[in-house]
Design a protein around this ligand. Structure first.
Ligand SMILES: *Cc1c(COP(=O)(O)O)cnc(C)c1O
Length: 391
């Protein structure tokens, strides 16, 4: 079976069938599992037998989902969480001690930034950011107590690309645990473990579900690290619900074909924007104009579904543009079948100062489009009429 292509493997691997010989995996909506007798129960709790005990620890639906993500990332093991943030938080909490230090890309998901700056300092865990456009500066900020090197690529919302091979080399040289949040790329487009990542995190809420329905998160990677994360999570309780796991496992079967189409549409949107007079700069990993185009080509199969562009006219033009959008949604989600438009400077990142925003590549006119699966001409027409309305 494992000689099959990944598309086949994730469609054809599933939980063992029940006596009903169902074709599609049923939903195991149960909080606990029963034991044959006292000895079975003892051996199960002693982990002498590998079996389901309680759905906070494991569940057939959750295991099926994790198994598919492990196949896609070529990872040894994994654990699934209720949300992407539960995955991020629990990974750090399980692996770090008071006094440890994190080196992270300066441009990370908003709530991850809040963990680094507001919550981890409570336990004397500190973080230093590096400039995503100068990863060669990483070595200057590594300290004797640095334990984790962390990054997302492509970044949100500026769509910068970070050289994963370089991160892998630095992590190895300094004996750091390299953790990559691979949410924007999905394992179909990019497999960070091949470049030296020890752990890969996903918010399954985004392209993995891909239809804006359920929240979920997952961490996969080295067996001994996953073991620590599993033990921490088994006791602290951030586990994914079996229902969401059942939805997500089915969604993974269509991930490759959906992501192919998302990328095909995104390239066309990016090319249209690049040809528009009202647009200053377009950032899309697979446009030759992208500053890290060569790196993107090296580590990604296609460019992803997120396009960032700079509207002429700053904050006001950005706001006018959002107001004129008709088809696309104004929403905080991304990676949905429906195209979504956001203007970070006036919304998600409005609490930061202009200087702080610029540090992570958010200029006043930056617009982020999560390109969906509608007919791409309709998406382009919507963007076109909204740009025209700015005047
Ligand atoms: C959305 C997102 C998260 C958080 O995931 P949730 O499922 O919303 O908790 C983490 N990292 C990145 C890059 C994201 O886009």
């Amino acid at each position: 079976m494992s000689t099959n292509h990944i598309e086949t493997q994730i469609i054809r691997s599933q939980t063992e069938r029940t006596q009903f010989l169902e074709h599609s995996t049923p939903l195991y909506l149960t909080s606990s599992f029963i034991f044959e007798d006292a000895e079975d129960m003892r051996a199960s709790f002693a982990e002498e037998i590998d079996r389901n005990i309680y759905s906070r620890f494991s569940n057939p639906n959750t295991s099926e989902f994790v198994d598919k993500v492990c196949k896609m990332e070529e990872a040894e093991d994994g654990f699934a969480f209720a949300t992407g943030m539960a995955a991020v938080y629990s990974t750090f909490a399980a692996l770090l001690n008071a006094g440890d230090h994190i080196v992270s890309a300066g441009s990370v998901f908003g709530s991850t930034h809040t963990l680094f700056t507001k919550y981890f300092p409570k336990w004397n865990i500190t973080t230093t950011y590096f400039d995503v456009n100068q990863p060669e500066t990483i070595e200057h900020v590594i300290q004797s107590n640095t334990k984790i090197l962390y990054a997302e690529s492509p970044t949100n919302p500026a769509v910068d690309v970070i050289d994963l091979e370089l991160l892998g080399q630095i992590a190895k040289k300094y004996n750091l645990i390299l953790i990559i949040d691979n949410c924007f790329a999905t394992p179909y487009l990019q497999q960070p473990i091949k470049f030296g990542a020890d752990l890969v995190i996903h918010s399954a809420t985004k392209l993995m579900d891909g239809q804006g329905r359920v929240l979920g998160g997952v961490v996969v990677g080295k067996k001994e690290l996953i073991r620590e994360i599993y033990l921490y999570s088994r006791n602290t309780g951030p586990a994914l619900s079996p229902f969401n796991a059942w939805v997500l496992s089915k969604s993974l079967e269509t991930l490759p074909i959906r992501v192919e189409k998302h990328c095909e549409n995104a390239v066309k949107v990016a090319q249209f924007l690049e040809s528009s007079d009202q647009v200053e700069v377009v950032k899309y990993p697979f446009l030759p104009s992208h500053p890290q185009y060569e790196i993107a080509k090296k580590q990604m199969k296609l460019g992803g579904n997120i396009v960032a562009f700079e509207i002429k006219g700053g904050i006001n033009a950005g706001r006018k543009f959002l107001n004129a959008i008709q088809l696309c949604s104004l929403s905080a989600n991304l990676g949905d079948t429906r195209s979504i438009v956001t203007h970070p400077a006036s919304t998600t990142h409005s609490k930061l100062s202009q200087e702080e925003r610029l540090k992570v590549g958010i200029t006043d006119g930056l617009v982020r489009v999560s390109v969906g699966l509608e007919h791409v001409d309709d998406v382009i027409n919507d963007l076109k009429q909204a740009l025209a309305s700015i005047g």
